[in-house]
Design a protein around this ligand. Structure first.
Ligand code: PEP
Ligand code: MN
Length: 337
């Protein structure tokens, strides 16, 4: 349940409530809005009816959260969350574009891409150092060396970095360089990893499992949130369906639906969703029109030679054309790029 405090509730009244909630064996999660504070009463505490808290002074009303996901829900936090990364805000009016190669392959490749995507208007550089490949015989990423190259690209361009982390023990290593930790589709339900990033103080780009329902996706996000990290960006990257033309099927409905169900910002990955370079720009336009807060796009200086995901990567010229073509779409829905 959530306890909505009166707008003029004092700090003493708030701390009385917090003390009581903890005494009953629940965890307290605070959401401090512009107008009022909401106390989330979460966990397996003693069964009490909402009326129990209504008599406390400073309390306006008590509402049960009916959805299975609590901290991710709009009921817990009615206003949209904004995730801030070095002066870039995701969840605000500006649609944030993250771009870069699927994997960091070499110094030249990452630096050339970083400068070009920055020039075209991207705010965040993507690049995998640890790669989750379907085959153990495929390129697995440059690992630590890849992180060093990302750091150099960050220092040279000033761009923030998003990079995937695949194991709990790698969280501090990747977190030293990455400003946003990416959890990939294959790890959406890796609960040890979710707990580790939940306890780490860096934003998380959290990808939907390729076979997960939206409810499973939000329940998994709850693992990160309930471990103390509220800086979660939900990312739809396509799901498995019977369709074979595309690598995955982009579930565009998730954008307005997640915006209704959750306060967390929503990102779309048009590259993995389609698997086809020719579809990336049109699908990105649709995503922005439907209300996406960010896009993460694969870009490579020479996609034909990419060590992973070349078929879905834009070249540098195509990416800069994409940025130009997205601008009027964003303006049409009162956003900007
Ligand atoms: C990636 O971003 O390169 C990646 C592996 O994504 P996903 O987890 O969505 O497949
Ligand atoms: Mn990829």
């Amino acid at each position: 349940m959530i306890i909505v405090m009166k707008s003029d509730a004092s700090l003493k009244e708030l701390s009385e409530i917090i003390k009581e909630v903890k005494k009953l064996g629940f965890e307290v999660h605070l959401s401090k809005g512009k107008e009022r504070t909401i106390v989330g009463v979460i966990g397996n505490g003693r069964q009490v009816s909402p009326d129990y808290f209504e008599i406390f002074s400073g309390v306006e009303r008590v509402v049960p959260i009916l959805k299975p996901f609590k901290l991710a829900s709009r009921e817990f936090k009615p206003e949209k969350s904004i995730v801030r990364i070095n002066g870039v805000s995701i969840g605000n009016e500006e649609v944030i574009i993250m771009a870069g190669p699927c994997a960091v392959e070499s110094r030249e490749q990452i630096l050339e891409t970083a400068h070009a995507v920055k020039e075209a208007g991207a705010k965040i550089l993507r690049g995998g150092a640890f790669k989750p490949r379907t085959s153990p015989y495929s390129f697995q990423g440059l690992k630590e060396k890849g992180l060093e190259l990302l750091l150099e690209a960050k220092e040279k361009t000033g761009l923030s970095i998003v990079s995937e982390v695949m194991a709990p023990e790698h969280v501090p290593l990747v977190g030293e360089v990455a400003d946003i930790l990416q959890i990939g589709t294959r790890n959406m339900q890796n609960y040890a990893l979710l707990e580790a990033v939940g306890k780490y103080n860096k934003p998380v780009l959290f990808k939907r499992g390729m076979m997960a329902t939206l409810e499973e996706f939000l329940m998994a996000a709850e693992y990160i949130l309930s471990n103390g990290n509220s800086k979660v960006i939900l990312c739809e990257r396509g799901i498995r369906t019977f369709e074979k033309y595309t690598r995955n099927t982009l579930d565009l409905t998730t954008i307005p639906l997640l915006n209704q169900l959750s306060h967390l910002p929503v990102c779309i990955d048009p590259s993995h969703a389609t698997g086809m370079r020719s579809l990336v720009i049109p699908v990105s336009k649709a995503a922005i029109a439907a209300g996406a807060d960010a896009l993460i796009v694969e870009v490579h200086p020479c996609p034909e030679k990419a060590l992973s995901d070349g078929a879905q990567s834009l070249n540098l010229k195509e990416f800069s054309r994409m940025m130009e073509e997205l601008k009027p779409v964003a303006e049409a829905v009162k956003r900007r790029i």
